[in-house]
Ligand binder design. Structure first.
Ligand code: GDP
Length: 297
């Protein structure tokens, strides 16, 4: 939250500086917008998004300040708020699981993004809400992946499925989903591989697992601190699996917030949760407006 607060702080300062100016003219507004753009770029928001935001705000301000006696400060403040909200809101809500109606949710993301940890957090969150979640480990690539999921699941008392012998992730995913459908789990969570090398092969694997398990929702998990790489990474996953929601992890660390904006833009999907620590309950529902309000102080 530390670094995120810096972004909010810089934007708020830019707005405050404008408020201190006696006359809010073109020059003052341009300076304010430049300050805000600089803050966003420093927070790893993609250059094109920053440029679009700047011109959107300019347009709103130009239009609305035509009205006699309009309060330009208020207009620009509201424009910044709503632009940030728009950037984080793709305009359509994601699929949400319903109790007692079986859903399959598949998790994708690079190794180290926090995917396995997040699968358990997501399962635990829904268990607390009265769901009967279950976890399937379809990561046959990383040695120790199944053990990690098993440990997490056991601690949280969540049924799990996986194999030490089987090397075909599609087979495990299908078997796991079948097993838990029979056991009347209403939220079957499929964890997948995230190896860094051979990305084409990874994306092909994601496509196959998705095709075989027909998930109701694919969640893309992204490390919030990866910076400018966020947009391309999110975009690549969006193309191989039909990503419908995003979870940003490690928001307690060096995340600057820009990654979240880029992931939403690249996947056209909403952020639904953020990870704020290693522990199973360090997991927060993500809501756009309160997030932006908090960001801007
Ligand atoms: P995977 O390879 O994507 O499955 O990643 P893991 O779930 O194994 O997580 C990689 C590391 O990130 C582990 O040390 C996790 O404890 C840590 N991690 C995951 N989510 C968070 C988070 O929200 N905050 C922090 N600080 N660490 C996290």
């Amino acid at each position: 939250k530390m670094v995120l607060a810096q972004l909010g702080g810089s934007i708020s300062r830019a707005l405050a500086q404008m408020s201190n100016a006696t006359v809010v003219d073109e020059k003052v507004i341009a300076e304010c917008l430049n300050e805000i753009s600089r803050a966003l770029l420093q927070s790893d928001v993609q250059f094109k998004m920053v440029r679009d935001m700047q011109s959107n705000i300019k347009r709103i301000v130009d239009l609305e300040s035509l009205a006699a006696g309009a309060n330009k400060r208020r207009i620009i403040q509201q424009a910044v708020f709503s632009e940030l909200c728009n950037m984080l809101d793709p305009g359509k809500p994601s699929f949400t699981p319903k109790k007692a109606k079986p859903s399959v949710v598949m998790f994708v993301g690079l190794q180290g993004s926090g995917k396995t940890t997040t699968c358990t957090k997501y399962a635990y969150y829904h268990q607390q809400k009265g769901f009967k979640p279950s976890l399937v480990c379809a990561d046959t690539f990383r040695a120790g992946a199944f053990d990690q999921l098993k440990q997490n699941a056991t601690k949280a008392r969540i049924p799990f499925y996986g194999s030490y012998m089987e090397s075909d992730p599609v087979k495990i995913a299908v078997e796991g989903v079948e097993r838990f459908r029979e056991e009347k789990s209403d939220l079957i969570i499929v964890d997948t591989s995230g190896r860094h090398k051979q990305e084409a092969a990874l994306f092909e694997e994601m496509r196959q697992v998705a095709e075989a398990t027909k998930p109701d929702l694919v969640i893309f998990v992204m490390d919030g601190s990866i910076g400018q790489a966020a947009f391309d990474q999110a975009h690549a996953f969006k193309q191989s699996a039909s990503v419908g929601a995003v979870i940003i992890t490690k928001m307690d660390g060096h995340a600057k917030g820009g990654g979240a904006l880029s992931a939403v833009a690249a996947t056209k999907s909403p952020v639904i949760f953020i990870g704020t620590g290693e522990h199973i309950d360090e997991f927060e529902v993500f809501d756009v407006k309160p997030f932006v309000s908090r960001l801007l102080g």
